[in-house]
Design a protein around this ligand. Structure first.
Ligand code: SAM
Length: 228
């Protein structure tokens, strides 16, 4: 019943703020037809929020960890100028093929590059000449801390790291929840608490995806930012 309430509210706000979008509807349809659980993609409001964040920092290079069918990657690629790129890390071959198809149908092939394989290894193998402006972490939650450590290495000063699904219906705060994905959120929180280089905050969200949250971190030690 709460989910209905939140979904109705999301849809109400979207009806003013997000135009009907045949491209993204086709992405969802194609992803679903492949038998992929497209429900775990971000919502339209969250996708647009990522898009606006990228526009606000003038992002050109984006790293996405966990891409499913490319729904959030497309929202983000749309914010990039010519020459900009979303590098999408995805474990599953079927998902990777679906991302390629969806991105092509969206006319964004030149702006999205998919790397197939375990994302932690793909990140460790990266030594980009130009760091990323933005990293969106949305894969297996058990590896949240590994992804966060690599994201910090790969991001430019003043960039932004966002970690999805940290609210998880409040379960990280519930001691009786012990599954590994919940433990992955707790481990990241403990890690950030002890990390003297970053400041972060969690914004809990409710909406058509239920009760969840984004954790946001500027990719720069705040002290260093002040000194410059
Ligand atoms: N960001 C996508 C969106 O909003 O449209 C949703 C991503 S979905 C929640 C998580 C994705 O992470 C799945 O496609 C899954 O295959 C992928 N994944 C899981 N473990 C992974 C790993 N070790 N390396 C790379 N991708 C992984």
């Amino acid at each position: 019943e709460l989910l209905q309430l939140w979904t109705r509210s999301d849809e109400y706000h979207n009806s003013f703020l997000i135009k009907p979008d045949a491209v993204l509807e086709a992405v969802q349809k194609n992803t679903k037809e492949k038998g992929i659980d497209y429900e775990i993609a971000v919502s339209p409001a969250q996708g647009k929020f990522l898009n606006l964040l990228l526009l606000s920092i003038g992002a050109k290079r984006v790293l996405e960890v966990g891409s499913l069918g490319g729904y959030s990657a497309i929202w983000m690629a749309r914010a990039l100028p010519d020459g900009g790129e979303v590098v999408a890390l995805e474990l599953e071959q079927l998902h990777a093929q679906t991302i390629e198809e969806n991105v092509k149908n969206a006319g964004l092939s030149s702006k999205v590059k998919v790397i197939v394989g375990p994302a932690h290894q793909s990140m460790k193998d990266m030594h980009p000449q130009t760091p990323f402006d933005f990293v969106f972490i949305d894969a297996d939650k058990e590896n949240n801390t590994n992804y966060f450590i690599e994201a910090k290495r790969l991001i430019r000063k003043g960039g932004i790291i966002i970690v999805d699904n940290v609210g998880r219906r409040g379960r990280p705060a519930d001691p009786s929840s012990t599954d590994s994905s919940i433990e992955g959120v707790r481990e990241l929180l403990r890690y950030i608490k002890d990390d003297t280089e970053v400041e972060a905050t969690t914004i809990h969200t409710v909406g058509e995806k239920g009760f969840d949250g984004f954790l946001g971190v500027p990719g720069v030690p705040p002290q260093a930012a002040l000194q410059e």
